[in-house]
Ligand binder design. Sequence first.
Ligand code: GAF
Length: 389
Amino acid sequence: MRDTLDLRSKFRARFGSRSPAPRAFFAPGRVNLIGEHTDYNDGFVLPVALELGVTVIAAPRDDRRIRVHSQDLGQTAELDLDHPGPRQTGRWVNYIEGVAHMVDSRIQALRGADLLVAGDVPRGAGLSSSAALEIGTGFALLSLAGATVDRVALALAGQAAEHTFVGTRCGIMDQLVSACARAGSALLVDCRSLAMEAVPLPGGPVALLVSDTRKKHSLAISEYNTRRAECERSVVLLRSALPRIRALRDVTEEALAEHASCLPEPIIRRVRHVVTENARTQSVAEALRRGDVAAVGASFVASHRSLQHDYEVSCPELDALVDLAVAQPGVYGARMTGGGFGGSTVSLVDESALEAVMAAVRDGYRNRFGVEPGFVVTRGGEGAREIRG
Ligand code: GAF
């Protein structure tokens, strides 16, 4: 989290002193342990919030305008809650305009605000800096409006913002974990009912190591939407044999084996990934509950291979980070995390081996790609909140 005292003084310098003083809010980015590309299939996910995220300094205005300054980009934008501007793709302010509009129309009438936003999630690392921006901004605007924040409703507003104002047909995972995570735990989410359970991380001698390829995932939005469309198509095709299914969540491995002939290539492989990933996610949650890190690690690797060969959302950089990590002593398993085509991997590592693993992965990756990967170690952060003082 960024230093809120420093950000408050930057806010004053930009927007003037306020009485009462501006308030500070924080929402985290995330790393997903397992359950990849399952959320939009009504399945299970098991993400962890990072200690890194987006900090928002916020003060109310008397009108319905939002002035927002991005400290990281050095840019300011102005929005009007009553007159959303023309949609232009690729603007950072789309996330803010989108969530403000969705919260205002679905949850609570908002008042205008002056906002300063600053993040410390490495950008482009696939660690959901955008969900952190949506949830941090939405949390701040709701709080300024005097509302008690309904975290699930806020997450749904963030997801709708992404669909409508950004153009990614994302699932609910990133926004939900940013809003609802518990420190030291992964969040097991049933993406159909939105039932959640905080599953404690092993902690102690085992750490989660996030390794960033530093590859920009340029295919991410178009390929993501293609995968989602393939899953929806598969449900239509499978209904000829399984008329009661609503989503791939309802397909078991046995039913898929029996009715595979309904599905052409590559859809059969997309479905196989989702069906097996749902089973792996539930078994990793169970392995975490009984402290079986070896079983968690084995499922990580199986998940990665499924994403690499069946779902085809990996890339040489992600595969190399996984292969380099799992070759090191003290690593239980590793996999790509997030949408894919770049971004990051997550590895489960013995605390005592962390330094050696980072050094070996750094060297091997630099030798092959000419750049060093970024690293983040997390113990599981807390969901969105106000920062007092
Ligand atoms: C992205 C999306 F935003 C999530 O909803 C999820 O589908 C993920 O990719 C893949 O598991 O982060």
